[in-house]
Design a protein around this ligand. Sequence first.
Ligand code: ZN
Length: 132
Amino acid sequence: MSVEYPFTVATFYKFITEKKLKAAKCDNCGSVLLPPKPMCTTCFSVNLKWIDVNNTGKLLSYTVIHVAPEQFQSMVPYIVGIIEFDGGLRLPGIIKDVTSEQIEIGMKLKIDFDETTSDNWPKWNRYFFRLA
Ligand SMILES: [Zn+2]
């Protein structure tokens, strides 16, 4: 186990700030946890390691958001979707550069990283998805 990089969402965002998409892989049963958790949800092992996740995937489902929380209000309308990466890992996120007319289930998307941090705590950089 790494003390520097505990298997938490905070460490996940630390890697996002470094423009890396990483998941926790269980050394015992091979399950991959995204977002990471400190214990394997399949076999309850804590014998985990960080692995890189392929940055591209396809759109599984999406919703067009018209009424948003205050910090996202300036982006309305925007699209939130669930992306399935190669290997079957799934992650929800905001999809940019795609309009509600263009969006299509199964379209190829990739993860990208925001340079700006939020004014709100926690000050983590964010990821989003765009056309691959
Ligand atoms: Zn396991």
